[in-house]
Structures are given as structure tokens and as C-alpha cells.
Design a binder for this molecule. Sequence first.
Ligand SMILES: [Fe+2]
Length: 363
Amino acid sequence: MWQFHNPVNVIFGQGAITALTEQINGRSFALVTYDHPYFASLAVGIRESHSGCRVVLNQVSENPDISDMATICAAFSPYAAEVEVLVALGGGSVIDATKALAVAKTEPNHIRAVLTQGEKIIGTPLPIIAVPTTTGTGSEVTSWATIWDTSAGRKYSLVHPHLYPEVAICDPQLTYQLPVSLTIQTGLDALSHALESLWNKHRNPLSTQYAKRAIRLILKVLPKLKCEPTDSLLREQMMTASLLAGLAFSNTKTSIAHNISYAITIETGLAHGIACSFTLPAIVRSFANDDSDIADSLRSLFGTDLTDAACELEGWLAALGVATEPQCYGYSEERWQILVNDALSGERGKNFAGNSTTLLQSF
Ligand SMILES: [Fe+2]
């Protein structure tokens, strides 16, 4: 028996942002976004056309940190009594920070206690409308958020059924200005989400179907987008792939590539999308002599010889400027084996449905 559950209402298409008015439906809201000229101009447009906008919160940093929450909550506090819904306009960092705000509201100490001490969430998180402006996070269709504690060298997951956004408005036009480097990084994050849901102990036939469709699209579209970042059809296809990958891992969570990535990002600051994707070829290679349904899925995507497939995926990543050897990121062979071993016993690493010993030999 298996179950697939995702309650997020998805509105998708060029110009879909126009659906925001209907989705806000007269409610008072806070707009959460980045402190960046592009987002500031989008925020002005939204504010001018929606009298319900009480405040624009632009204190979100990349990889939102637990220490940011005091600032965000302080900016939100004067308006908290009026705000009925949070609108997250941005990439994964904005959507995840919005989820943390939905829980914290005016109390940054509460979110700290929830994350660091496992305290129960008090009350119901505020509802969220997610408007992604990158094509990778998947956070617009998941019930969790990643919050970092850089000073303590930790990464936390905030999880609650009410953290599924009530609606995800996916408008490819909002990604037209995404720089090529961020397009690649976030696109690789989406590829990792899809593959991580395939080799996951929680996989089911629907998550696998979403994942396979996402992987095929990303392998085809991302190299083209690197060369033609203004192509509207490619942008739409990449947003479709990111959404499908998000739906896939919304039911499985991530696995070993992400667990490996967290230590790397904390230790070296490597961007999430690179840190969680440069290990993918080695993980594919670890299934080369496997006859499981996971290996079947990988063969249907990459061809019958998964050793060759891993080499091809390494070449595909190299063409996007991504090295796949751990040494390129400063890890000796010995240190790398320790890191992977630790990751296999981590919360997400335990989701890996492949063979741990074979994986360690595949790097
Ligand atoms: Fe990710």
C-alpha cells in the first residue's frame, strides 16, 4: 500500500502572477521578498495593485539563518495583528524564511526553540501564498523549510502540515531575469530533488513518475537554457521540471546527496545546488550492478549501462561548469569517506534505498 499526498493548489503559466489578486481574495498580507532592485520593483507593483499589502519584508538572506529571524519578526510585529496571509515572492530562501515567519510570527525565540530544542509549534502557522522566482527549490509544494545556524555549524528542518503553501503561483516570466549562474544552480537542485526521490525508501509510483519526467526535462533543457537564458519556452519547461521534482520529493523528502551537501555548504559555503548535485553521478554508478526497481528507473532514463551513464552525467555537469571530484571542493579521499559515512547515518541519508557500501566505493 502507498499514499501520495500534496494539498497545494498549483496555478501555472506565463502571466500566472495575475492570479495573485484572486488568491489573496481581499485579505491583508505581508509580502516577503529579497532586498534587491528587481524584487523591489515587483513589490512596488504588487503593493500598488493590492490595498491589502500591510508591509514588505525584505530582510531575507541567502540560506536563511536562525539569527535572521529576530530582524524579520521585529519588522513584522507592528503589522502582525492585521496580517491574514503571507505572500512569499522569491526563491527557496524567501519561501523557507516565510515558512519560518509563519511559525514564529512575532516570537523569534519560539522558532529557535522549535528548531534547536524540538519544541512543539504553538498555534497554527499563518497561511502562505508561494510565488517562486527560481526553478529549483520545490519549496512552493512542500511542507518543510531549511533553516541554517551558521554559527553553530548546523542545518535544521522545519516541518509542519500547515507549511504547505495554500497555493503556488508558478509564472515562468518571473524567471526571465534569473542570472545564468543561478539558473544552473537552482536547476541542478531540482535535478537532485528528482533523483533523490527516485533512490528513496519513501518512493511510490507517483513520486517516481513525477521524478522521471522532471529528470528528462532537466537533462534536455538546462544546457540549452545556459546558452539561451531568455528563451520563454525553455524557461517554462524548466519551471515545469522544477515543479514536478518538487511534487516528487514532497512525498519522499531528499536523501544522501542532500545529506552530503549540508556538511559541504556549512564547511565551505558552496552553493546548495552545486553541493547537492556534484555527487549525483557517483550515486548513479552505485546502482550499476543492481537489479532493483530503482536501477530499472535509472536505466530507463540513462541507458542500460549505469557506469557509462555516470560518466555521461559527469560530462553533462562538466559542460555546466560543475566538477564532480570531491577533491575539487577541498576534500581528501580520507576526509570524503568520513563525510559520506556520516551523511549515510544522517536524517536524510537514512532515506537512501541503495547499498551504502557500494556507494562508498563509487566515488
Ligand atoms: Fe535542495
